[in-house]
Design a protein around this ligand. Structure first.
Ligand code: NAP
Length: 525
């Protein structure tokens, strides 16, 4: 059973005990007491005695990334003494290099103290720069040390691919093993340690108190990344982008898995912008069977890369995604084939159709004004034109509106172009804002702030794709005129819902998704 371990940097006894108590409340199984800067033997003895959870004792020297700057003989004596105390730690963490360099007599004394106390020796190796060249030989050395009960490896990941090596190491455990990647790419190794049967994974009490780069908080790993539900068969999903740290998708999809009982977990997947990074990372994640990587949401700047990748892999591409030239969803089907699709346009269509209480087919002939001619407008125009809408694109740069109209007009629906100044006084049944006008912090701006208001009223649907703020000035203006309004959260929620349904085969819990967005965007539960 993989134990969730709270890493605590000990500054003083009270702080460390208070942190350990919080760790127990969060549901941690163990605490790692990092006594690098707290080396009073009596204090350490009391800390071990009073800690509310079983412990790992670690005094990390500066030469291995810690804060202890004293002599090695003193450090080893302190650890020996701590192990001989009234309450010994469950594990003692010692660096492989320290073990190898310690005098034989010291090693014998420590081994005896550990055996007498029943404390397990973790031999560890850390690299804060990159993957050490001799990673595998370090494992072999640790495996050969008789008193070593646990092998621990931690290195800074250069990309998401490094996590796969950590999983492979966990797959061939000579002894109970901890294999973790540090830094911005290392989260999967920490969040999925339980799936791969690691002895433990570390998390911090809060964002300010981590002991290694990239360590998640206990709250994140427990609640957001579904620690208690993870097992060997858990399917893995994620949001691919650069950057992805701000994404609300992990909170939305993991809540969906919670609600539906689906055995999945959804992680942020940062991949640098170039196609080669996308191809190498996604290719290797898909190739590792044991990972169970089932698909991903794909956002800026990889939406075109996804189409290229799936095309190269001989997968299927949704025809409208191909026409739009961008896909936001990767699905690995049960037969192993890949499918790239675009759930953005479908989300916009369904949000408007629900507001009008009609089926998509009934959009034929409806006058739809789309404001903007960028990426979001492209998906929206393609979708409404495909269902026969009479679309007019209003854009600041008229030439871009004309280009979009030329590209998507003509088949089933018609698409015309106009400058943004033509919007006041325009006539339509549906208005969709696909510009950032009115987005936080410019919340007092609106695309219809110019001379006069459009010809709108009861029966008109006004949909703003902006979701921060939840209610934009455009939506307030539209409400005042009696229009039906649709907030941008509906597009976000529905594109996520369509992904959820592709991956799980289950109906998405839309109301739970909406609740996550309300929590995240500050409008309460
Ligand atoms: P984009 O490709 O950069 O396009 C932005 C469009 O807005 C362009 O047509 C641009 O006009 C116009 N624009 C920008 N600033 C303007 C201003 N001050 N005055 C007039 N026009 C302006 O961006 P995008 O990816 O399409 O995203 C646009 C918006 O859609 C985002 O801000 C976001 O709020 C929203 N969105 C929402 C969702 C969702 O799930 N709810 C998803 C995607 C996007 P020019 O051509 O003249 O530069």
């Amino acid at each position: 059973m993989t134990r969730l371990t709270a890493a605590i940097m000990v500054r003083d006894l009270e702080q460390a005990l208070a942190d350990a108590t919080r760790a127990a409340e969060f549901g941690a199984d163990l605490v790692e007491l990092r006594i690098d800067g707290f080396t009073d033997p009596d204090g350490v003895g009391r800390l071990l005695q009073e800690a509310p959870l079983p412990s790992i004792l670690t005094c990390r020297p500066t030469w291995e990334g810690g804060e202890y700057a004293g002599g090695e003989a003193e450090r080893l004596s302190l650890l020996e003494q701590a192990v001989q105390g009234v309450r010994a730690p469950t594990y003692l963490d010692l660096e492989l290099a320290a073990w190898e360099q310690a005098p034989a007599e010291m090693r014998e004394r420590l081994t005896e103290a550990l055996e007498t106390a029943g404390t397990g020796l973790i031999l560890s190796a850390h690299d804060f720069e990159h993957r050490p060249r001799d990673l595998l030989s370090r494992i072999a050395k640790m495996a050969e040390v008789g008193p070593c009960r646990v092998i621990k490896l931690a290195w800074r990941a250069r990309s998401l691919r490094d996590n796969l090596e950590a999983f492979e190491i966990l797959g061939q455990q000579y002894k109970p093993t901890i294999a973790l990647c540090m830094g911005r790419f290392g989260l999967p190794s920490r969040a999925l340690a339980k799936k791969f049967g690691a002895l433990l994974s570390f998390a911090s009490i809060d964002e300010a108190s981590g002991t290694a780069p990239g360590q998640p908080t206990l709250d994140e790993i427990k609640k957001l990344y579904r620690w208690d539900r993870l097992g060997a068969d858990t399917r893995v999903y994620g949001v691919i982008g650069w950057p992805v740290g701000h994404s609300m998708s992990p909170a939305v999809h993991n809540r969906g898995f919670d609600e539906s009982g689906y055995d999945g977990v959804y992680l942020p997947m940062p991949i640098p912008p170039e196609y080669e990074h996308f191809k190498a990372t996604v290719g290797s994640w898909l190739a590792m069977e044991e990972l169970g990587f089932g698909g991903a949401s794909v956002t800026i700047p990889h939406k075109e890369n996804l189409l290229r990748f799936v095309r190269e892999q001989g997968g299927e591409i949704e025809p409208l995604a191909a026409r739009i030239g961008a896909a936001n969803t990767l699905t690995k089907r049960t037969d192993g084939t890949l499918f790239a699709s675009n759930t953005d346009y479908a989300a916009a269509l369904d949000a408007v159709c629900d507001a009008l209480s009609i089926e998509r087919e009934k959009l034929a002939g409806k006058a739809v004004a789309v404001v903007g001619a960028g990426g979001a407008a492209r998906a929206v125009v393609a979708g409404f034109a495909a269902y026969g809408g009479r679309v007019t694109v209003y854009n600041r740069t008229r030439a871009k509106a004309e280009a979009l109209a030329a590209e998507f007009g003509g088949e089933s629906g018609s698409v015309a172009a106009a400058g943004l100044e033509a919007l006041p006084g325009a006539s339509f049944e549906v208005l969709i804002n696909c510009t950032p006008i009115g987005m936080h912090p410019e919340v007092e701006a609106s695309p219809v702030d110019g001379e006069g208001l459009p010809d709108w009223g009861p029966g008109t649907v006004v949909f703003d794709t902006i979701y921060n703020p939840l209610e934009t000035k455009l939506l307030r203006q539209a409400k005042a005129a009696g229009c039906l309004t649709v907030p941008g959260t509906e597009m976000f929620v529905r594109q996520a819902a369509a992904q959820f349904e592709l991956w799980t085969g289950q109906t998405a819990p839309l109301e739970a998704f909406r609740g996550v967005l309300r929590e995240r965007l500050g409008a309460g539960g």
